[in-house]
Design a protein around this ligand. Sequence first.
Ligand code: NAI
Length: 461
Amino acid sequence: MYDLIVIGAGPGGYVCAIRAAQLGLKVACVEGRETLGGTCLNVGCIPSKALLHASHMAHEMHENFATLGLMNAHADIDWDRMLAYKSETVATNTKGIEFLFKKNKIDWLKGWAEITAPGKVRVGDTTHETKNIVIASGSVPTALKGVTVDNDAGVVVDSTGAIALKKIPETMVVIGAGVIGLEIGSVYNRLGTRVTVVEYLDAITPGMDGEVQKQFQKILTKQGFKFILGAAVSGVEVADGRATVSYTAKKGGDQKLEADVVLVATGRRPYHDGLGLDALGVKLTERGQIGIDSHFATSVPGVYAIGDAVPGPMLAHKAEDEGMAVAEVIAGKHGHVNYDVIPGVIYTTPEVASVGMTEEAAKASGRKVKAGKFPLMGNARAKAMLQAEGFVKLIADADTDRILGAHIIGPGAGEMIHEICVAMEFGAAAQDVALTCHAHPTVSEAVREAALACGDGAIHV
Ligand code: NAI
């Protein structure tokens, strides 16, 4: 008899299993993939970051080396080697989780789970008994009407197919200007592919701060991206190994576009097929997510759920936080996730990072709001790195000076955002950040300058 069986070994599930084991519970984790780590480690965050790193190096060489006095640099792209480097990166990470499972005495039950009754999990021919179950079964790409994804054929692909194309395409159409479309689009754009992004809405990166959306689009356009906004894709046809994308644009009506490869990046949906949730009586939300209360409990006692399968942003780190928290709840402690302080990062060049409220959302909440913005043109380090196109924008309550959110475009934005996360966890005012000494020369000084801009003014503008 286990204390806990976790279903799914992605960032939510494996972190939950490790924390529960650390807290003294007898834990097993069910995973049907050949390797641990779920979507994130196997086909998501980690392999895409490997390809982003490699292609960024190529981009720097082509675009910036001569300016730095590094002349005649040229690299032939060996795509197979780049894919092998990606696979090596994935393998070291997935093996790392296997090591952590052994270290924490967590049993890996290999196979796909079905919950046959509360406290009973069937994997293959064996039914395992457990006091508690945590479902961390993740998400899969959403299907788009009129579009058939075939990752093996490699013409119309989702994110999994896009990080394993047989060759670098000459042209690519990306459907959806969200995180996946822009990250993977960046990889290929840097490797020479002509990338066109077709997006239903009038702006890229839905839900982001408006000024960030505009500046980010400008920067990506300068890098070679083409954007068709306000355009709904209605179908993709494949003939002779090439794709034709049909879309209806607000301006321009029905149109067609040809490409070697089409990446469908129109969102993800919760995945819980085959778990037997219907028969078990686990209630779902209207959007097909597993419904949970503030302690991650589903409608069936002893069955909890976390991560992409439940409401909230589909982010690995949100799932990890929930994994730790639910383990603590099950162990009789007080697990908690602060959903107001979950950063979001897009790992393009420059990176885009945000936490908390956008200026638009803060104003809509009825508060008096002030925004302190500092352009990286005033930051010496960003200029020395030839990456001074972005800015830091801090949103604070005009009455209390309390920080409500931050939005950064710039080198290392995904690291810098955590300064603001910590400040927000401590309920800090913009002045607290403004009074904190920041090392010179760092890009982080721009965060302090944005905080100063919320008060008597930034120095370097
Ligand atoms: P997304 O929801 O971020 O963006 C999808 C976009 O597709 C939206 O802008 C939507 O308006 C557009 N769209 C939908 N139907 C369309 C149509 N018929 N024609 C044209 N455009 C259409 O989804 P995405 O990029 O697929 O990412 C899925 C999830 O994975 C997100 O929750 C994201 O946060 C997460 N993710 C996070 C990463 C990170 O944190 N760096 C990296 C990759 C994924």
